[in-house]
Ligand binder design. Structure first.
Ligand code: PSU
Ligand code: MN
Length: 319
């Protein structure tokens, strides 16, 4: 559970605290997707639906955010709605999570910051849309998401629809490989590309069941291998947008970002908002569908983690 020193800054909401205390499955959910990834009111509806999906799948949802300087592990309905409708929320990663806490600020947590908070609370599975990664043109901009380093360090299973297709997926996979982060495509041989099912880039690893993903996680831990793992779950077929069509919108959005000198943390939210406009809202529908799909798989993995014994340590004992 939450370490003593962190407790004075942290509020674990009651259903999450009860589930963790009794060893029931919990799924962490991030909040940058609420504050910076989607417009209001669709962000609010998405956040509520995703929590309900996790519940329907037999796990307890813990949406993580910083509200008025409190690190929240699980939000009430009112807190979630207020965050979705807030203006000026920070976009928090490893570098500034503690800043928001000490300064009494409010912010959405990115994949990196959500992993830190979830791990503090003792949560092992986390669902998002797409992780941050190596941006196209990173050789000039140096823009590489802190999500990748966090995956290397913090032992969580992050369920995503891959890296967002606005990124350089091949370079993102290279960095993950260097940092020792397993990337497991779920029931696929190729990496998904967020809005599309197929990036044409082979997936480093493939698993077909939640049980196998849970077993892999436990075995890594039993072998003393630190860090997290990334599950890449393709968007459902009926919601996908063809990759070739998306490529045009992405290129247009990237041109607009360059013209306006958008840099740093603002890049990803700008590109997502621009692509939403260019697709007349179609990209948002797909984004919501893939987050829901990831929440479902994350809940299934959370259930399996509880049932799955630490196989490797048991095998060693038998010999
Ligand atoms: N998934 C989505 N929408 C989002 C994000 C993920 O469907 O907005 C957020 C996550 O919080 C992720 C962040 O950590 O985008 C990446 O931001 P950056 O590229 O600046 O690291
Ligand atoms: Mn960045």
């Amino acid at each position: 559970m939450t370490p003593e020193a962190a407790r004075s800054f942290t509020d674990v909401n009651p259903p999450v605290a009860e589930a963790l205390a009794s060893g029931r499955p919990v799924v962490a959910l991030e909040s940058t997707i609420i504050t910076h990834g989607m417009p209001y009111p669709q962000n609010s509806a998405m956040a509520a639906n995703v929590e309900q999906i996790v519940r329907d799948e037999g796990a307890v949802p813990a949406t993580i955010a910083v509200i008025g300087g409190r690190l929240k592990i699980g939000l009430s309905g009112e807190e979630r709605e207020a965050l979705a409708n807030s203006t000026g929320a920070m976009k928090l990663s490893r570098a500034d999570l503690a800043f928001a806490v000490t300064q009494g600020r409010t912010g959405g947590t990115t994949v990196a910051a959500t992993m830190i908070a979830a791990h503090l609370a003792g949560i092992e599975v986390f669902a998002t849309g797409g992780i941050g990664g190596v941006h196209k043109g990173a050789e000039a901009s140096f823009d590489i998401s802190a999500d990748l380093d966090e995956l290397a360090h913090t032992p969580l299973i992050v369920v995503s629809a891959g890296a967002k297709a606005i990124l350089d997926i091949e370079k993102t996979l290279e960095v993950l490989e260097t940092r020792g982060v397993p990337v497991v495509a779920f029931r696929a041989d190729v990496m998904p590309a967020f809005w599309s099912r197929n990036s044409n880039i082979s997936a480093p690893l493939r698993l077909d069941t939640a049980k196998d993903i849970a077993a892999f996680f436990h075995t890594r831990r039993a072998l003393g291998i630190a860090g997290g793992m990334l599950v890449a779950n393709p968007v459902p077929q009926d919601a996908e947008i063809d990759a070739a069509r998306m490529a045009n919108y992405i290129a247009d959005a990237q041109d607009a970002a360059r013209l306006r000198h958008i840099t740093g943390k603002a890049v990803t939210p700008f590109l997502l908002a621009r692509i939403f406009e260019l697709t007349n809202g179609e990209s948002l529908k797909t984004n919501i569908a893939l987050v829901e799909n990831n929440a479902r798989l994350a809940a299934a993995i959370a259930r399996e983690l509880i049932h799955e014994p630490a196989t490797t340590s048991r095998r060693l004992k038998k010999q």
